[in-house]
Write a protein that binds this ligand. Structure first.
Ligand code: AMP
Length: 555
């Protein structure tokens, strides 16, 4: 028998899972609800809908069309929220440009994505000045002056708020295939240029729906209509973990902090009653330090901490200030959320138990299948101890790296997305990240490709062999250090090793986060059985002891 399908009335509406539909219920329930931008601007959801229409109209006036890539370079703002909706709703592709990459890499990503229109905050005008000659495909740039009156750069077609005010709110959005690409952005790989990932409307809608569920159940009071949301993850990083879409779908009050400044964040938190945020551990630490200095009250602030491991020490510190935290885990390739921490069934709430369970990577969110596998993709036991590579299936995983079939095949080997994270998983599905197979370093939420740093150092006089590794750092999560074997009668210094890196920072080839903190000289490199440098052994040898890390967190 063939499959059977329901009869459809001629005029039955075939509902596409497109991003515009995330607004439907919110506009009915929350038309008067507020969106706040720093201490500069506040407007209602009704106006948000109009502003989305205006942005689409102004982009259309500048030549935007379905399928076109439009890049945004901005801090966390109402403008970015408008772009999250307007650009995909037009059938165009939103490129969330990672402004922390080096200038050369940013130019590469814009060209690779074929970005034709850019929305650029004034803080990035110097960057655009430097790379514009290398961006032949860019046809129009809209300047974001962010409340200042300064002159517009010559290349700007106009100013965001002025163009928006003059544009029609009634853009004729149409329905289209939910599998069309909505967003794209770039992630740092182990080799070569950043890799492009793309997500469809359907994927982002499913991510929004599925992730809303655990946000509601991991804590006693849930994510509810009384919550006030403020992102503290850059909106260029994997859709700020998708939470702006969730908050908008639910019609929550939203507060956008602009460029992160602890004083402004804490002020907005107090003035606007922010109750729900998410960030990387480095930002959490910055806020804890800010609160220490100012005496700001952080109590009852609920946060999802991800992007890097949340240490029990940092968790305890935040709990002592009355915050509620859970860890989350995911990747750029996975839109990003895969798992969110929660207590084990039957586990009593308590500081020590929570500092263990709620800092783990968490349990898979609905629709995520997670396995840990060894050689030949054989399953490892789910006993909380056995380790293997975490491989994933979910409806919102990137289907490929744009234009890179080889890397795409490696990502999807055997029909499962390979995270390159080594994890254990227990009988209740709690995942713990134990190690990393990928040779990259994550510092303050940003990736550094160790291999490209090694290439730069390889020519330094007196260095026979070098390995760049990440070691735990109380403030940044990880920092890069170099381990080198010196040539006979040579003693290379940290300055000498950093010199080619400083030059590469100046020419915009690498980001300044990659400058090394330490140089360790060894007699010989430890090797794995296949003769590769054993970076795991190096990391273990040169890591700062956990006790010192805990002290540094307190300090
Ligand atoms: P990104 O693609 O920048 O989002 O980085 C994803 C990677 O960050 C993951 O593959 C992990 O290596 C790491 N990561 C993210 N969340 C966590 C977490 N909760 N614990 C440990 N590592 C994490």
């Amino acid at each position: 028998m063939p499959l059977r399908f329901a009869e459809r009335a001629d005029e039955a509406y075939s509902f596409p899972l497109t991003i515009g539909h995330l607004l439907d219920a919110a506009l009915t329930t929350s038309g008067d609800q507020e969106i706040v931008y720093r201490d500069q601007l506040r407007f209602t959801y009704r106006e948000l809908r109009q502003r989305i229409g205006r942005l689409a109209s102004l982009l259309s006036d500048l030549g935007a069309d379905e399928g076109m890539t439009i890049g945004v370079m901005d801090w966390d703002s109402h403008r970015y929220l408008e772009a999250y909706f307007a650009i995909p709703m037009m059938g165009a592709v939103l490129q969330t440009v990672n402004v922390r990459l080096s200038p050369q890499q940013i130019a590469y990503t814009l060209n690779h994505a074929s970005a034709e229109i850019l929305l650029v905050h004034r803080d990035f005008f110097p960057l655009i000045d430097a790379i514009l000659p290398a961006l032949p495909g860019v046809k129009a740039i809209v300047a974001i002056m962010d409340g200042t009156d300064g002159p517009l750069p010559a290349y700007a077609k106009g100013e965001y708020e002025a163009l928006s005010a003059a544009a029609s709110p009634d853009f004729p959005f149409r329905d289209f295939d939910e599998n069309a690409i909505a967003t794209t952005f770039y992630t740092t790989g182990t080799t070569g240029n950043p890799k492009g990932v793309a997500f469809s409307h359907r994927q982002l809608v499913l991510h929004t729906l599925a992730c809303n569920a655990p946000f509601g159940v991991t804590r006693q009071r849930g994510l509810g209509v009384e919550d006030v949301y403020m992102p503290l993850t850059p909106m260029f990083h994997v859709h700020a973990w998708g939470v702006p879409y969730i908050a908008t779908m639910l019609g929550l009050k939203q507060v956008y902090p602009g460029r992160y400044e602890p004083g402004m964040i804490l002020k907005l938190r107090a003035q606007e009653g922010v109750s729900f945020s998410h960030c990387v551990p480095t930002i959490l630490q910055m806020l804890l330090a800010g609160a220490d200095q100012t005496g700001a009250d952080l109590s009852d602030w609920f946060m999802i901490i991800g992007g890097a491991a949340l240490t029990p020490a940092l968790y305890r510190e935040a709990r002592r200030k009355g915050m509620e935290l859970v860890a989350g885990y995911g990747m750029s390739e996975t839109a990003p959320t895969l798992s969110i921490a929660r207590r084990r069934r039957g586990e009593e709430a308590g500081l020590e138990a929570d500092a263990t369970t709620l800092t783990m990577a968490g349990v898979p969110v609905p629709l995520v299948s997670a396995r840990i596998v060894g050689e030949g993709m054989a399953d490892r036991p789910a006993d909380g101890e056995a380790r293997g590579e975490l491989v994933i299936r979910a409806p919102w995983l990137t289907q490929s790296y744009t234009g890179d079939p080889e890397a795409s095949q490696a990502l999807w080997r055997g029909g499962w997305l390979h995270t390159q994270d080594v994890a254990s998983i227990d009988a209740q599905g709690h995942i713990q990240i134990r190690d990393r197979l990928k040779d990259v370093i994550k510092t303050g939420g940003e990736w550094i490709c160790s291999l490209s740093i090694e290439e730069l150092i390889a020519g330094v006089e007196g260095v026979a062999e070098v390995a760049v590794i990440g070691v735990p750092d109380a403030r940044w999560g990880e920092r890069p250090i170099a381990v080198a074997v010196a040539r006979p009668d040579s003693a290379p210094t940290l300055e000498a090793v950093n010199a080619p890196l400083e030059r590469a920072v100046e020419t915009g080839r690498i980001s300044r986060y990659a400058l090394l903190d330490r140089l360790e000289l060894v007699e010989a490199m430890p090797r794995t059985s296949v003769g590769k440098v054993d970076k795991k052994a190096l990391r273990a040898r040169f890591a700062i002891p956990a006790a010192e890390m805990a002290m540094a967190v307190k300090a």
